[in-house]
Write a protein that binds this ligand. Structure first.
Ligand code: SAM
Ligand code: ZN
Length: 281
């Protein structure tokens, strides 16, 4: 069973936010309207570093198109297995997806919980600094609470989340530590050394060997790591969306793009590193 997420905090003074009609308000009278799509913007202008922070519309559209193809369902599957391990002994829990993008993984977790553990009670909250991503997410998935917000000041009460996911995002460990309950779990996904190697080899003369760096922090300790490595067939349409959802597209020259259209890559390596960390409290 899914319940509404109720641990929002005012981004201005950290007081609990309560829903009243079409807004969330704190006791000091700060109110944040709920948009017509159902999300709430909890990113006050003073926390914005640019007018349109985060991923732009084109990237959001491309990511949405690519993820909707189901090609990354093994990634969602691995994530859901990690969630499953964690909720085995829990009856009631909350899950936060920090930097949720257009909500593909948040919604995958929601579907998994509804199908596999309908007897449990869960509440889900996804937020992202990009309004376009949150709008896309909230138009589709009404059982999840969505918000425009930043990892630098997460609008969630202290010690209120059981599980926090940061998938291909920008972790802010002090904030993650603050909002997680004692014994809460952080799940981080990042791309491994060979991720999309076929594409990177076409784009760059020297392909950077980026090693996955594990979090080393007094706030968390590593619990387990899981590697997902697969080489998957890819259509030209999916290749195009995949490219456009990454920064590689903005770094490549036009000729390489034309070459990729004329002689496309037919398979692509997915190399994803998951790590789970238990909070130290
Ligand atoms: C690579 S995308 C991943 C999106 C999603 N987790 C997924 O895997 O589909 C990174 C996301 O982080 C968001 N982002 C960037 N800076 C952020 C911040 N300070 N707080 C929250 N989200 C942020 C971007 O807008 C973008 O949607
Ligand atoms: Zn307030």
């Amino acid at each position: 069973m899914l319940l509404p997420f109720t641990s929002l905090a005012c981004p201005l003074d950290n007081q609990p936010l309560l829903r009243s009609n079409n807004a969330y308000c704190c006791v000091s009278g700060h109110c944040f309207d709920i948009s017509k799509y159902g999300y709430v913007n909890l990113l006050p202008v003073q926390l914005k570093k640019s007018k349109y922070p985060g991923d732009n519309k084109e990237m959001v559209l491309a990511r949405h198109k690519f993820l909707s193809s189901g090609m990354y369902s093994p990634v969602a599957g691995t994530l859901c297995e990690l969630i499953n391990d964690e909720i085995k002994n829990k009856q009631k829990f909350s899950i936060i997806d920090a930097g949720c993008g257009e909500g593909y993984y948040t919604a995958s977790i929601k579907d998994y919980i509804k199908q596999q553990t309908p007897e449990k009670t869960a509440s889900l909250f996804g937020f992202d600094i990009s309004k376009d991503t949150v709008q896309t997410a909230s138009k589709q998935h009404k059982e999840i609470l969505w918000s425009v917000a930043t990892n630098n000041k997460i609008p969630i009460l202290n010690n209120s989340a059981d599980i926090l996911t940061s998938l291909f995002g920008f972790p802010v460990l002090s904030e993650f530590h603050r909002i997680l309950k004692q014994n809460g779990l952080l799940i981080v996904a990042s791309s491994g050394t060979n991720h999309l190697i076929e594409l990177r080899q076409k784009i760059y003369t020297t392909v950077k060997q980026k090693e996955v760096s594990l979090i080393s922090s007094p706030f968390f300790h590593l619990e387990k790591t899981v590697l997902l490595q697969q080489t998957l067939p890819i259509t030209l349409e999916n290749l195009d969306s995949l490219l456009k959802m990454t920064p590689h597209f903005y770094r490549m020259d036009k000729n390489t793009y034309t070459q990729l259209q004329e002689k496309p890559i037919e398979q692509i390596t997915v190399d994803i590193h998951f790590a789970t960390y238990r909070v130290n409290k």
